[in-house]
Design a protein around this ligand. Structure first.
Ligand SMILES: [Zn+2]
Length: 416
């Protein structure tokens, strides 16, 4: 790469201003953003984004699930574009950076190329994926999942929010049911910049996370059936206590995840006692289990060990425990060439960096099944995300955008 090109940098102040300009759409009193997918606030930011793309000379396409694609022509229009972007929707009490940084940094990359008068060999497509967060409609990351064929478009269009409004109705109400069939906007590769949403980069003083993998997920629904009886008159030895059983399962889960660590985590995040009462021994409990690892063999071992532990506990306590696996997402291993391209860009720019695993799900994890994909992480304050106090520095956001810029340049090539 020639010297002028290797010195090319995004406009840090412009990126920062853009992040804060769009944060007013759905701004909360505590400094966060509430921009549920396909809401009035989402329409505001989408309209803003569409205009910004058009002002940057991009051709904007919207697919049947509302995902937005801004295409910048390359010299060779026959090649599928290099995709970059993330999402503009937020959690109900979300922050200013989760998803937004990756989408607006993609716009900043285009603006920088425009300012420098650079034509790439391969086209570039900046993306805003609908409903990454999953807080209004389930599942999360539904548009990128449909894009790769995990769901049909009609299935997703019929999903309802808590008020009974379907995705299709919500799209129509804000005018974002586009005419591009889902999955037909061509992408030759995809790179997503995101805040880490974890504490590792900050703790190690690293600026860039070169994301090489994403965790696989096991979700279970469990039910414990013991026997309700009087808290005063039932001797301890004769009880079939569902909550005491769950307590053992929680500790077994913790021990099993630790045994398979450091690359394994396990959480029981929901537990509901049916008909709870102070003086009744709990007879029935519904609970969930969430286990994650980047290693498929470890996921299998977690499943096996958990089921064995639960069988032993339930037999000893004479209670019935059923466990249904409701979701299994295999681990993501991002494309090695793209991961190297991200790492090389970080190196060339002189940023401290390390390889890292994504603990959270991202659209990039879905897309990786069909398209060579990679991710770039930057630190966020105290690792906090999905919270109005979510914070990141201007310098780190700019560094991430610069890595994105140079990764895209290496993938798209510069027309000579
Ligand atoms: Zn996100």
């Amino acid at each position: 790469m020639n010297r002028a090109l290797s010195n090319l940098q995004i406009d840090s102040a412009r990126l920062w201003d853009t992040i804060h300009e769009t944060a007013k759409f759905g701004a909360t009193k505590k400094g966060g953003v509430r921009r549920l997918t396909l809401s009035a606030e989402d329409k505001q930011v989408r309209d803003w984004f569409r205009k910004a793309c058009e002002d940057a000379g991009l051709e904007v396409h919207v697919d049947a699930l509302g995902s937005m694609f801004g295409v910048r022509k390359g010299r060779d229009t026959s090649k599928p574009p290099v995709g970059l972007g993330s999402h503009l929707d937020t959690q109900p009490t979300g922050g200013k950076y989760d998803g937004i940084l990756g989408t607006l940094a993609a716009l900043e990359v285009v603006r920088t190329l425009n300012d420098a008068g650079i034509e790439t060999e391969v086209p570039i497509c900046i993306c805003n994926w609908t409903n990454e967060e999953g807080s209004r409609f389930a599942p999360a990351m539904m548009a990128s999942a449909a894009y790769v064929g995990d769901f049909t478009t009609d299935d997703i269009l019929s999903r309802k929010d808590a008020e009974g409004v379907t995705v299709g109705e919500a799209l129509d109400s804000i005018g974002y049911r586009g005419d591009v069939p889902v999955g037909t906007q061509k992408l030759g590769s995809f790179v997503e910049l995101h805040i880490e949403q974890g504490p590792i980069l900050e703790a190690e003083g690293k600026t860039i996370g070169v994301v090489d993998s994403g965790q696989g997920v096991l979700w279970y629904d469990g039910k414990i059936t013991g026997f309700e009886s009087h808290a005063g008159s039932t001797p301890m030895a004769l009880r079939r206590d569902a909550l005491a059983t769950l307590s053992e399962i929680v500790l077994a889960m913790e021990a099993i995840a630790k045994k398979h660590g450091p690359n394994a985590v396990g959480t029981i995040g929901e537990a509901v006692i049916a008909k709870p009462s102070r003086n009744v021994i709990p007879g029935e409990i519904a609970f969930t289990m969430d286990c994650r690892s980047t290693d498929g063999a470890i996921m299998d071992a977690l499943d096996r060990d958990l089921r064995a532990a639960i069988a032993e506990i339930s037999a000893r306590r004479k209670v019935e425990v059923t466990v249904d696996l409701v979701w299994r997402k295999p681990p993501t291993h991002f494309n090695p060439k793209l991961v190297d391209a991200v790492e090389n860009a970080a190196k060339m720019l002189g940023y401290s960096h390390r390889r890292i695993t994504s603990g959270a799900g991202h659209d990039a994890c879905n897309l990786n099944v069909k398209i060579p994909t990679a991710m770039v992480f930057v630190p966020c304050k105290d690792g906090v995300s999905h919270n109005e106090i979510e914070d990141a520095t201007q310098g780190d956001c700019a560094a991430g955008a610069n890595v994105l810029l140079h990764t895209v340049l290496s993938l798209a090539g510069v027309a000579s």
